[in-house]
Design a protein around this ligand. Structure first.
Ligand SMILES: CC(C)(COP(=O)(O)OP(=O)(O)OC[C@H]1O[C@@H](n2cnc3c(N)ncnc32)[C@H](O)[C@@H]1OP(=O)(O)O)[C@@H](O)C(=O)NCCC(=O)NCCS
Length: 212
């Protein structure tokens, strides 16, 4: 991993065609809590809802990760409207998940109203590139419950390939995919979509499609 310095590059928001991805901040806590309480959004990710204390500790760890590691969570905002759509993360997998201590993974989580528009692929693609290009990561893992087909598809579209399955004691089976630095360098960048009426600039999520 690159040396950690409080540089502009470290603090800068990433930008994509439709999104802005700022480094995690206290502005995100309320949205994050809202996401964590959404049963549909969390069904493949959380075994039970987080308590307020757990939420707050998770948030503080996310803030510290940037300071200590130079990688971490980012909010996913609609570039046109500023609306909070979800979050992405580059982090250590952590213990008890069948991975090595130093394994680093990519994660992406959106509010349900934002699903099905290519937003996870766009956001995760930007943090994948930042992890390899700026942070000097050598290998990224991506993990998802095998039932979470959309999540696996996001990883495939980003160049990840199958590594193994891991079965937890409660029977949940997680697929682990991997993208090495060499794989990333060889992976073709998506070419920009040809301009047509549908691809004209606009919000990533239509304004009228508000909270369900
Ligand atoms: C997983 C998640 C991030 C996907 O977000 P998204 O913005 O809808 O994803 P994208 O639109 O970029 O891509 C989804 C892909 O999966 C496909 N897909 C979606 N649902 C699917 C399903 N049930 N079966 C098969 N493919 C499916 C889509 O067609 C798309 O592939 P395509 O571009 O080849 O058509 C979103 O559903 C989410 O936030 N879920 C809750 C959190 C979560 O599970 N995160 C992953 C943690 S491992």
């Amino acid at each position: 991993m690159a040396a950690i310095a409080d540089t502009a590059a470290l603090q800068a928001a990433l930008r994509t065609e439709r999104l802005v991805l700022p480094v995690w901040s206290d502005d995100d806590l309320e949205h994050f809590a809202h996401w964590c309480r959404d049963r549909e959004a969390t069904k493949f990710v959380l075994r039970r809802p987080l308590t307020d204390g757990e939420l707050r500790r998770h948030h503080l760890r996310s803030l510290r990760a940037w300071h200590n590691l130079g990688i971490g969570k980012r909010a996913v905002l609609d570039a046109e409207t500023g609306r909070w759509l979800g979050f992405v993360d580059i982090c250590f997998v952590g213990p008890g998940k069948g991975c090595r201590r130093d394994d680093v993974e990519i994660e992406y989580f959106l509010m349900p109203f934002a699903w099905g528009r290519g937003i996870a692929t766009e956001a995760a693609g930007a943090v994948r590139d930042d992890a390899f290009a700026r942070a000097g990561i050598q290998e990224l893992l991506g993990r998802f419950r095998v039932e979470n087909v959309a999540s696996g598809r996001v990883l495939e579209k980003l160049g990840f390939t199958f590594l193994r399955h891991h079965r937890f004691r409660d029977g949940a089976v997680v697929e682990v995919m991997r993208l090495t630095r060499e794989g990333w360098l060889a992976f073709p960048s998506p070419s920009p979509a040809p301009p047509d009426e549908d691809s004209a600039r606009g919000p990533a999520v239509p304004r009228e499609n508000l909270w369900l």
